[in-house]
Write a protein that binds this ligand. Sequence first.
Ligand SMILES: *[C@@H]1O[C@H](CO)[C@@H](O)[C@H](O)[C@H]1NC(C)=O
Length: 271
Amino acid sequence: MDLQCFLCWRVALLLLLMLCGFQCMSVHIINEQPVHVIPSSNLVLKARIEPGPQEEIALITWEREPETGLAPERVTLAKCPSKSKCSYKRPNVHVKVEQQEATLEIVGYSNSDSGIYAVTVTDQTGVKTTGHCIVRIYEAVHHVSVSINMSHSSLVCGEAWGTDPHFSWLHERAPVTKSVGSVSEDGTTLIVTMTPFCGHFTCMVSNKLGYSSAIYTAAPCRTEGRGTTAAVVCLVLLLLLFGGLLAFMLWRRQRRANRGVRLHEHLDDTI
Ligand SMILES: *[C@@H]1O[C@H](CO)[C@@H](O)[C@H](O)[C@H]1NC(C)=O
């Protein structure tokens, strides 16, 4: 029984291989997916085409449809029949066909170019094989916020919809060190270990298009710097007070001396 089954599988495999001899086209887009394209830069998609031994490429078609929507509408971007030149539907689309590679280029990418791209290869018998690729626009960092998790004394940084966001943390405008706390592997959480929990914590989120940040303000830190400032202010006040006192005493002495002189003069007059 087992042997029979084994034979059965082998025959099935052989049949499959034989079929493959006639039709085994493989088409796939080699870009890493999803592809994110910076606005107004160029999108380049490359597809690898491997025809079966008996197959010939008769037509290559590039199409696009929206990623979402109830009735996605398919748009043909270019058609390349093997015997004649490619025909384009849009001015900013360029296509190239080489031995086993088809390239699509879209110049000056905009949001309306986003969607699911499909490259379809038709062989001489009319059989179609398609490869797909999701293409999205590269979004800037938006709406960064920092919230506190009291129970775990940690700060959590959130970002709304930027592409490929990278998180970094600052404490009082300097990168966080081990004395402040530790950052989670994905960078979104800062576990604060410093005591007291004080000062300004900044979360900075960046990607290729720039950065955006948000600040969490805890109680102000009583640093040594502030201590010395207070001491200096006290000293200055004391000095002023002392100076004032000295001036007052001098002034009184002067007045008394003056009065003494006047008294003598008065006495001299009356005698
Ligand atoms: C605080 O963090 C812990 C651990 O990450 C989590 O389980 C908990 O739900 C968080 N609490 C709040 C209020 O977000």
